[in-house]
Design a protein around this ligand. Sequence first.
Ligand code: GLN
Length: 453
Amino acid sequence: MKSYIKEFLEVEKPKDYYGSLVAEIEEKNREQHFITTLNSNIASEDKGRLPFTVKANICVKGFETTAGSKMLKGYLPPFDATVVERMRSSGNFSFLGETNMDEFGFGTFGLNTEIPARNAFNSNYVAGGSSAGAAVATAMLKYHIAIAESTGGSISTPAALNGVVGFTPTYGTVSRYGLIDYANSLDKIGVIARSAADARIGFDAIKGRDAYDTTCSIEKIGNSGKKKLFIIKELMDKAEKPVSSSFEKLLDRLGERYEIEEIESGIIEKAIAPYYIIAMAEASTNLAKYNGYKYGMQYGETNKRYNNFFTEARGDFGSEAKRRIILGTFIRSESVRDRYYAKATQVRSMVIKEMQKILKEGFIISPALPIFTPKIEDAVKLTPTQNYAMDVFTVPPNFGGFPHITFPYDYYDGMPLGAQLVTEHANDYALFDFVSGWEESFDYRFKYNLGEL
Ligand code: GLN
């Protein structure tokens, strides 16, 4: 099994390895914008450890943590998130920096922030989101691991678009203490790495109970390998060429080893609307605290009229955040909440039940995205609902808290394509084994196009 982490920890590092790494990142960052906060002290702190980054919505003591938002500019957390504390105390990892993202996690392409990250393979293309910088950093830096976060696809999407492995664990296996919330019932901290073995090492370092997060309660993680792969017809119908045709080729190769069955399911493809209803409702609640008094940027005089002060402070949110605050607040309002929020939770239960039934028998496999990587200039023209529709494959497993992994499987026009594999709750280890098997048995060319910084 290929592990860049083990390779790194075993070899002698050249003198001033970390110093030149920081200098090279600074240089690359001028074009790619993947790092938002760089720990330029890593050289003095390091004891031969592997550099790790965290998505900018994960608190690191004393380092600017903005969650991609102007609202949190200059915020220096007074504590480390549990995942950061665990990475550091494992003795194998040193903090390198924070990675660029869509504001508060709102987005699919990484464009909803002041200076978006750019795809590692070609900077005219989107990096994917919302953990854009985490995936770009993983594709550019040979020895590094990224701690990222997904609410509805934010690990799978950028990992797929940058040709790296993106792992989202079962909801409740990794502590969210110190995460700047998007939607609490959906947020999961996970890992982006260069191989499945490395994603597993990262997961093992951060998982486990935490007294600071009572939702993090799953301790036992299994590995029941299945021999069956399910394709959901209604989802596959959404995939455009060349995605569907190269995915067919992947299935041909996997067919040598797995039984593949196409099934129909009317409910899974319907997950997007109720996902966005619930995600926006929760997001609008979470963002209410940023009003310029206790949380969020404060502007000068506070003795203005109440409404003026708030309006000015909250004017700092980007347009997607504003859209979600308005829609989320509407969804929660008394007159409509039964019609939208209550119904969405019912559909959520139906999706979970249906997926549980399927996942008992085998994995669900699909492309990570229905379209080929868009150019930035084209992606900015998409309407909000067109954007949301891009999450058709990634939302169902996230909605149900099912563990899933994205891995690169092909190229098209010089850009990588990623597939997504989903398994049952608390069966996360089966995903690493599946992808390691793929990495070993097929000519795994993708990594040769990755950076070697
Ligand atoms: N694109 C989805 C959204 O905007 C998912 C993003 C995420 O996982 N943070 O909600």
